[in-house]
Design a protein around this ligand. Structure first.
Ligand SMILES: CC(C)(COP(=O)(O)OP(=O)(O)OC[C@H]1O[C@@H](n2cnc3c(N)ncnc32)[C@H](O)[C@@H]1OP(=O)(O)O)[C@@H](O)C(=O)NCCC(=O)NCCS
Length: 519
């Protein structure tokens, strides 16, 4: 264009991706400069047609080329910032990211080789079965899961007895149970759901720690789901009461909802939802929050389903392999420094464990929250697939906890945090209460299977509160994000080592007084 001659070099030399740059810079895919076309396109715009400026019949082509080469020879500098200075506005670090990935792969390949040379192949799928079953004729964990149906049924029949019908004439037909008695039964049922598996795990000798984690995990999920089920049905009854009062006052007929002149798709309404089918759909759906009418996807996409299934199987094998080959030997080798209280070796072992632990946690995240949950959701045509958000960009600890596990966070908000805020509890106290509850369940899922009460998981969860305050107060942006990553990478192996050390001391030290060889 015309002004290219006045400040030509500034525009001409801009070859890199610069965010927020006002001018238009044309660039070929191979990165070569192409600044002539702007002028040529304008010059060739004729009767709405664009002529190719590079075509041999373009009259100005030769002249322009000559002019440019002279211009290039005369001036070769322009006012510009170095790419790595923040004032340059440069933001394309894709190459650096690739470099990080290459470095990561190379350094881990070395570790992988070192591990193989040192230990040989430790992966043993048969051993995985023994983690779930001590005695092939005794299957306590699956039996415990089957028994959980009794509690699910108890919740359903309690709700049926509590249900309220709206009769013609806007009279409410009360259920056979009063609200107070229903509440008592639900509390009894929910407490039994938490206590019954604990008693079983502690009393049945053939229960393995892994089997116990599985059974307690299922019971915890049932507890959270039935709590939500009770809450939502109670809200429905409250709405019925409010509606009956309004309708009986106005004596008007309830209008049939219509959308664009056509009847709305049939929706379940209270108490029509109190059926076995509805409750079991909720029990298997990948959510902890009950709803009368869940959003549904229109069909099952078979290719999507198969992809998720493949991922599930692949990542499960990978997880088991990495734990057996990488994590277990590293943990075993960490016992001696911990027993000797050799601080520098302890830190070295902790950092060594941090790498496989973090990798396994990331794979677990993808396997559980993306592959498995999407698989179940697709199979059940469950529409809401928001199982996680962009927690990896967390700049604060609270952002991480509100975004990495959406089903739990949603439950906490809907059934615990917001009800507390509504009752006038301060925000800080409500957040502390949520973390206390979460800490309780973390400890519940670790201490009881290990039959060892140490409170490391509880303290780890509670430590999130001061950590959240510190990061929120003193660190911003990338520093905050780095702090969240460091807390994840270092925090988890500390808890793992604490539990394994205590478990080892409790169960194995008497049988082998020397402990495992320190490598
Ligand atoms: C404690 C916790 C619930 C706080 O979540 P948060 O999103 O940071 O909380 P906020 O204070 O920002 O508010 C959340 C919601 O409450 C609402 N809210 C805030 N103050 C309110 C008030 N006084 N009255 C009513 N609602 C209020 C907000 O509007 C917001 O609603 P929205 O979600 O519809 O937008 C969250 O950190 C959490 O879930 N922690 C535990 C997670 C956990 O243990 N996970 C285990 C994974 S293994």
């Amino acid at each position: 264009m015309g002004d290219r001659h006045e400040k030509g070099p500034i525009n001409r030399k801009r070859r890199t991706t610069i965010s927020g740059a006002g001018g238009v810079t044309l660039k070929h895919a191979n990165g070569k400069k192409s600044d002539a076309p702007c002028d040529a396109i304008e010059a060739n715009l004729n009767n709405g047609k664009i002529k190719d400026p590079n075509s041999p019949d373009s009259p100005s082509r030769k002249e322009k080329g000559k002019h440019e080469s002279i211009n290039d020879r005369i001036s070769c500098h322009s006012v510009q910032e170095s790419l790595l200075s923040s004032a340059s506005g440069y933001s394309n670090y894709r190459g650096i990211l690739n470099w990080c990935v290459v470095m990561l792969v190379l350094s881990n390949a070395r570790l992988f080789l070192e591990n193989l040379i040192k230990y040989g192949i430790l992966v043993d799928p048969i051993q995985v079965v023994s983690l779930f079953l001590k005695d092939p004729y005794s299957w306590p964990a699956p039996c415990l899961v089957i028994v959980s149906n009794v509690f699910i049924m108890a919740a359903l029949y309690t709700e049926r007895r509590l249900s309220v019908l709206l009769r013609p004439g806007f009279r409410l037909l009360q259920g056979t149970f009063s609200e107070g008695f229903g509440m008592f039964l639900h509390i009894l049922n929910l407490s039994t759901i938490l206590c019954f598996p604990v008693a079983t795990v502690l009393m049945v000798c053939s229960m393995t720690p892994v089997g116990a984690v599985f059974a307690l995990g299922v019971y915890t999920i049932i507890f959270l789901k039935l709590y939500s089920y009770r809450d939502v049905n109670k809200w429905c009854r409250e709405m019925r009461h409010a509606k009956a009062r309004t309708l009986s006052r106005s004596h008007s007929c309830p209008s049939v909802p219509r959308a664009n002149g056509t009847a709305v798709q049939a929706q379940v309404s209270y108490p029509g939802n109190l059926t076995h089918r509805d409750l079991y759909y909720f029990m298997f759906a990948p959510t902890l929050c009950y709803e009368l009418n869940f959003p549904r996807s229109p069909r099952i996409r078979k290719r999507f389903l198969l992809r998720r299934l493949f991922e599930m199987l692949f990542f499960m094998q990978l997880l088991v392999g990495l734990i057996q080959q990488w994590m277990v030997p590293t943990i075993q080798n960490s016992m001696k420094p911990f027993q000797d209280m050799d601080f520098s070796r302890m830190v070295e072992r902790l950092l060594k464990l941090a790498v496989p632990n973090h990798l396994i946690w990331l794979i677990f995240f993808y396997w559980f929250f993306h592959s498995s949950m999407n698989f179940v959701a697709e199979l059940m045509q469950f529409g809401d697939r928001e199982f996680y958000k962009d927690w990896w960009n967390s700049e604060t600890v609270t952002y991480f906890w509100a975004n990495w596990n959406i089903p739990v966070h949603k439950w906490c908000l809907r059934h615990f945090y917001k009800p507390m805020l509504k009752r006038g509890v301060s925000k800080w106290a409500a957040q502390t209460a949520v973390f206390l509850l979460s800490a309780f369940f973390h400890e519940y899922l670790v201490s009881i299977p290990l039959k060892m009460f140490r409170l490391w998981a509880f303290m780890g969860m509670m430590a999130q509160i001061p950590l959240a305050w510190f990061v929120g107060r003193f660190l911003r942006g990338n520093y905050g994000n780095a702090a969240v990553w460091i807390s994840l990478i270092i925090g988890q192996p500390i808890a793992v080592l604490m539990y394994v050390h205590d478990y080892y001391v409790l169960h194995f030290q008497e049988s082998s007084p020397q402990g495992p060889a320190h490598k």
